[in-house]
Design a protein around this ligand. Sequence first.
Ligand code: HEM
Length: 404
Amino acid sequence: MLSPKTIEIIKSTVPVLEVHGTAITKRFYQMLFTKHPELLNIFNHANQKQGRQQHALANAVYAAAKHIDQLETILPVVKQIGHKHRSLGILPEHYPIVGENLLAAIKDVLGNAATDEILQAWAEAYGVIADAFISVEAEMYEKAERQQGGWAGFRAFRVAKKEQESDVITSFYLVPQDGNAIAAYEPGQYVSVKMEIPGEKNVHIRQYSLSDSPGKPYYRISVKRVDEEEGRPAGKVSNYLHEQIQADDVLWLSAPAGDFVLDSEETRPIVFLSGGVGQTPLISMLQTVVERQPNRPATFIHAAQNSQVHALKSQVEELADKHRQLSVYWCYSQPTERDVESKAYHKAGHIELPWLKEMLATPNASFYVCGPVDFMRAMNTLLKQCGVADSDIHVEFFGPAASL
Ligand code: HEM
């Protein structure tokens, strides 16, 4: 239990953290990786370089500090992050390391302003926050291991099939090398892939959504090759998967995780809105809906640049042919000439309000949205303009959670 005085200190220093938060976490990472270079095997270097994880951690610290006397109110967020941590293999013994370095960074950046009293209060508060994460994650580890076909840590999977889905997306069908059962998962969940790349000092871990419905004897991931762009290096893991990993090669996976999942109790119409490779968890959900809820109206709207980068198109079209409950719409922002000639899409340009309103037979639906950050923001605004309640919009975007 924190004393009222400690709580007061923590709350009064939140504004200071908000000003210096990013500087503190930047310094924190420098210190952390200098003292504990082995942690470079867990953290995503690309996110580090772009400063994304710094913001995620800074935001998490503000949120926790603001709610330090009622941490239960941020439990859903702790669980969301806990899924990611469990999937990465973060353990209780990692928390004091992060705590020590975070405190040292606060001291370093704030200088004399960080009095002993303030540092002591933050040390105590960090302990309380860390305990909340550790206990949530302990339950998740137990569940992952106890579940039938489940496992702890990383398990070897053989690539049973590699299938190109578009110019930029390739699917990998993965079966466990030990020949035993695999854990069930909820549509929308992801796995972490741990990859050793020849010539690289550290191993890399990346999360990929499972892109098929559960109940199959394999896991399928559909990976976008991340090409170099201005301000962003090429994706090391995605390129290695595309170029080097072939059928019969081995990938190391942790058990499925994630809380962006289909609410299968719900029977109202369901609408999926996806941008680019963000469609992967939604395709798992879509397949599950048509398999298990044959009377539930479903709409699948997918935005891509054009047919060349539009993955899994024929698979979704086959579903629509087979299941009357399903309506499918493609929006191409940059259709090719052939797309125009063959009428390969339903809408040119981005998804816009009048078009979306027309497509949505009823706003009384449950919406699942996944794609890049800009896409998510645009869809969120459009759905609100259509009168959809926040509680009916389920979202996940790719990359670290930008805000809590
Ligand atoms: C991801 C917060 C402790 C390693 C994250 C994210 C947040 C966060 C907000 C982003 C989640 C997302 O991407 O959806 C925290 C907080 C902690 C804590 C508040 C302490 C109370 C730790 C510890 C470790 C760790 C002890 C291990 C040393 C990671 C890694 C990621 C992550 C590797 C994935 C992101 C990346 O690789 O860039 N954490 N974390 N975290 N966390 Fe933590």
